[in-house]
Ligand binder design. Sequence first.
Ligand code: FAD
Length: 402
Amino acid sequence: MNKPKIVVLGAGYAGLMTTKKLTQNLLPEEAEIVLVNKHNYHYETTWLHEVAAGTINPNQARYMLSDVVNPNRVRLIYDTVVEVKKDDQTVVLENSDITYDYLVIALGFETNTFGIKGMAENAFSIVDIDSSRLIRDHIEYQFAKYNNEEEKDEDSLTILVGGAGFTGIEFVGELAEKVPELCKKYDIDRSKVRIINVEAMPSILPMFDKDLVEYAKKSLEDRGVEFRLGAKIQECKEDCFVVGEDNEEIKAGTIVWTGGVTGSSVLSKSGFEITKGKVTVNGDLRAPGEENIFVLGDCAWVMNEKEGRPFPPTAQAAMQHASVCANNIKALMHNQPFENFVFDDKGTVASLGVTDGIGTVFSGTKLRGKPAATMKKVVDNRSLLLMGGTRTLLKKGKYRPF
Ligand code: FAD
């Protein structure tokens, strides 16, 4: 008899962890497991702002899937998912099709520009290794170019970042660290370089308490980051943001949009019912009305019934989805009762560069400065260990003392 086929789409936090859990939960003869991913590597999405700023090497933030997945248990397919044909139980890939008995959709996020004119065309986004490496190289090119020009464009050294949420603030924190190094390397006076963060809301990092937010803002300002808060971006042109009622132009040589993300567009293309780009899943993480399709990570809205709103999309939640999903696939195969997802919030830590950060951990303990930066490295290394195992942790872990 043919074994049932479980197909996992996406090898990020949710997809790779689900795959690993399935190999633990099920015997080889119980199911065939297939993992489909665009690249032959997994990357740590939560480290991409460091890749984009150039404070870590892109290779530190990724590792080969074949090194961490047992090839005797899992078939790896490196291809791009185009669409899920639910009626045919088939996934259309760029280069082939694959059928499934059970499907896990964990394709992560895409940039959301909220229709701001010119943003998609003119701003960079931090989405994956390729897009982050491009930002790093573009910034470095602006520095390399500067002293070669007879008529200097003083705005070319300005880095403009749209959005003061988690990604935007962690990114400017890394830039504050990297810019002095680039100035030294390319013989440029630090005063010529501007890092400007533009945000429509009156404050940064809305997920943290006011005292931590004030600490973060002051720390970044002390290291040369300028904030334009309450400034709505009307348009993004090739060389500037157009901001506010009076259409002020803020010019720059590098423009990065970090102001919004949404679930993979494969979801809407495949006919799932979508709210703000994501599928509102049942408590067991299945898509509504679908017997055999689970949607995880940044593709899913998982409702916090107590608070009447979805849990925030985080790597922490994505990895927890994976355990519940793998257990529920086993339950489905064995006609057993399902588990409902309950988020175990271990806290949130944001980095503000290599040696600084803020965080709330262990049900309310607040951290700032080096203790927060240390905790961030513990969190990052823990994720490496859980996803990639001991060898990956030893090879790629963050151990640099400060
Ligand atoms: P991902 O980890 O993004 O994985 C999606 C996978 O699917 C990728 O491997 C991708 O290549 C693949 N894929 C996508 N489309 C296709 C396709 N069409 N075909 C084939 N493969 C495809 N969360 C935290 O908890 N803590 C943090 O400190 C934190 N910091 C962050 C910093 C940054 C810069 C960013 C961008 C996010 C941060 N987050 C953080 C959020 C966190 O990274 C996401 O919530 C998490 O990555 C979601 O996991 P996922 O498995 O759904 O998606």
